[in-house]
Design a protein around this ligand. Structure first.
Ligand code: AGP
Length: 606
């Protein structure tokens, strides 16, 4: 998951490259670099750290070229340092890369035999020297073609050539890449987000495509070296600005706006006048659906687990869930009567995209639930259900999770209604409850903003934490544990409460924080019994339940009471305290809230 930018212009490209790299830092921020062509030579500058560190170098030694490429890195091969930062250059070629070259070791040995001296531990450097080597005997297009043919694995490339000093070349296989059309300049980028501040006119490359940019035209070639035309799209205007405003960080903004984003999402699908849900030309007749398989990674996968409970309750359809990185390697029995649903905030997650690609190759119906409608996953699926959460910049997913849950719930409700598996009055009541949800989220946010900071202190010296729940609270426990892990680097486990006695209870010791999700649902009494088992062993219980639960237990460390709502929607309200708890623990530990260590917002490599 690295970020790539390239610009061919009639003026200095450095300012726009730097600005675009800052927008791409959500894809990786181990190191940053730029290469431009100046007076006929390649000029490369790069460093470990953030884009602002690169800017300091450029202040001392400006790059003035009109042709350039830039890169922000999330390390896959080689530690984040100066030598491993991109671009990787020879005297003739400079390359930035997102992806993984799986045969880089063999290629490196062959190139070393030819006398090439590798400086980095990266896989990318083999691309630089392959191009350099082929250019000795072949013209540009053939040299590029031979290089790409030699590579196994995935790549999105930005390339400069000393000898062809008025072009930027891009190539795509497995990792997303787009071009943008500007006034007297053209752009290459990992995704539309990096380009959208410079242009709204975008073309996405497909696997095997190569593009050649000058400042006044863009040519495209397919994998057979044939010149092709590509569709130009006009990007949508984001209703939301991806700026922090008065917030300290993006994550606090994105948590706080969940009542707004959930309202926008509900408005997009629910017709309150007709008390109905619009899914607009759904690709498969819900009556014909035999099975639905929900697939995602990380937080998106947790939304799939949660949705399984809704589909089981509201429909008679068989429901399967799977982690995308597992699904893509399973021996799947595909069935044309199945619907395969891919959940992804970024719409660029490599494992999820690969799983979708396998489904497409098997000609089954696919639907994606995404936050970025121009993303690879959205553009490759038969049908897209956007979550309308607006740009989510914080690496830890918050408002997108709420959006994913909402759209999955709305999908389950609508399918149930079409299949006549829910009574109309129930259907209409649930729709009405959706209308009230944003205000309940707001109420929960206000309540938790006041209560979670004090609770967070209990986690500072803890060895770890447990999050437990039953039924639909279990996947929310998983999500709460993931939030705490990825933000505060504290070990945390989410577990089905009923499973504690089968081993995890051994972890409970004096002072260990245990977050117990016990809304007033059908599992309430049993979960309270699990809570007593934890208290009896010294666990420090943080109980999340509904208002007026009147649980008398002097040994509960903290009780957080969330508003009472339709049982189906309680998971969304329970998520809010868990997000804020993780946020405050991370803040107390001075962790980087928006860019946690070792992570990236969009995992576009395996
Ligand atoms: C969530 O907090 C994590 N950052 C991560 O698990 C994320 O949900 C996962 O990488 C999937 O990303 P996607 O939704 O963009 O596909």
């Amino acid at each position: 998951m690295c970020g790539i930018i390239g610009i061919a212009s009639n003026k200095s490209v450095t300012p726009n490259i730097i600005q675009s790299l800052k927008k791409l830092e959500y894809r990786g921020y181990d190191s940053a670099g730029i290469a431009t062509i100046e007076s006929g030579n390649l000029d490369e500058k790069k460093c470990p750290g953030r884009v602002e560190d690169l800017e300091k170098i450029l202040l001392k030694r400006p790059s003035q070229g009109f042709i350039g490429i830039g890169h922000v890195r999330w390390a896959t091969h080689g530690i984040p340092n100066q030598v491993n930062a991109h671009p990787h250059s020879s005297d003739e070629v400079s390359v930035v890369h997102n992806g993984i070259i799986e045969n880089s070791n063999e290629l490196k040995k062959d190139l070393e035999k030819k006398g090439y001296k590798f400086k980095s531990q990266t896989d990318t450097e083999v691309i630089t020297f392959l191009l350099t080597d082929f250019l000795k005997d072949f013209d540009l297009v053939i040299a590029i073609n031979k290089t790409l043919k030699a590579l196994n694995g995935s790549f999105a490339l930005g390339i400069l050539f000393k000898k062809y000093n008025d072009i930027v070349v891009g190539a795509r296989r497995g990792s997303p890449l787009a071009v943008g059309y500007g006034p007297n300049e053209n752009y290459l980028g990992s995704d539309s987000y990096a380009l959208k501040s410079m242009t709204k006119k975008i073309t996405y490359l497909d696997d095997g495509d190569v593009c050649v940019l000058t400042n006044n035209k863009i040519d495209f070639y397919n994998s057979k070296n044939k010149k092709i035309n590509k569709e130009v799209l006009i990007l949508s205007d984001d209703k939301h600005t991806a700026e922090k405003g008065d917030y300290k960080d993006f994550m606090s903004k994105e948590i706080s706006e969940q009542n707004i984003t959930s309202k926008n999402c509900v408005k997009e699908y629910v017709d309150h006048l007709r008390k109905d849900i619009n899914l607009y030309n759904f690709p498969i007749k819900p009556k014909d659906i035999q099975k639905i398989i929900l697939i995602g990674c990380g937080t998106a996968y947790h939304s799939c687990i949660t949705a399984k409970y809704w589909f089981e309750e509201l429909t008679n359809i068989q429901i399967d869930i799977d982690v995308a990185s597992e699904f893509r390697y399973r021996k799947i029995k595909f069935n044309k009567k199945n619907l395969y649903v891919f959940v992804s905030q970024s719409g660029e997650t490599a494992d999820t995209f690969a799983a979708l690609d396998i489904c497409k190759k098997n000609k089954v119906k696919t639907c994606s639930i995404v936050n970025v409608v121009e993303s690879s996953i959205a553009r490759s699926s038969d049908f897209v259900l956007p979550i309308h959460a607006g740009p989510e910049i914080g690496v830890a997913s918050t408002k997108a999770f709420i959006g994913q849950l909402l759209v999955l719930y709305i999908l389950a409700l609508k399918i149930s209604d079409i299949r006549k598996e829910i009574l109309k009055p129930d259907y209409e009541k649930k729709i009405n409850d959706l209308k009230k949800l944003p205000d309940l989220i707001k109420k929960t946010l206000n309540y938790c903003h006041n209560n979670t900071p004090i609770i967070a202190k209990d986690f500072l010296k803890a060895k770890g934490a447990m999050f437990i729940g039953r039924g639909i609270s279990f996947p929310i426990a998983l999500e709460g544990a993931l939030k705490l892990k990825e933000l505060s680097y504290l070990h945390a486990e989410g577990y089905p409460a009923g499973e504690m006695k089968h081993g995890p209870l051994a972890l409970i010791e004096e002072g260990l924080p245990v977050v117990i999700l016990a809304p007033r649902d059908r599992y309430f009494e049993k979960t309270i019994s699990n809570m007593q088992e934890v208290i009896a062993r010294g666990g420090k219980v943080i109980l999340i339940t509904n208002e007026n639960s009147k649980i008398i237990s002097e040994n509960v460390r903290f009780t957080l009471e969330i508003p009472i709502t339709n049982e189906n929607l309680t998971p969304l309200l329970m998520t809010v305290p868990l997000q804020l708890l993780a946020y405050h623990v991370a803040a107390l530990k001075n962790c980087d809230i928006d860019k946690p260590r070792n992570l990236a917002k969009s995992v576009t490599v395996e």
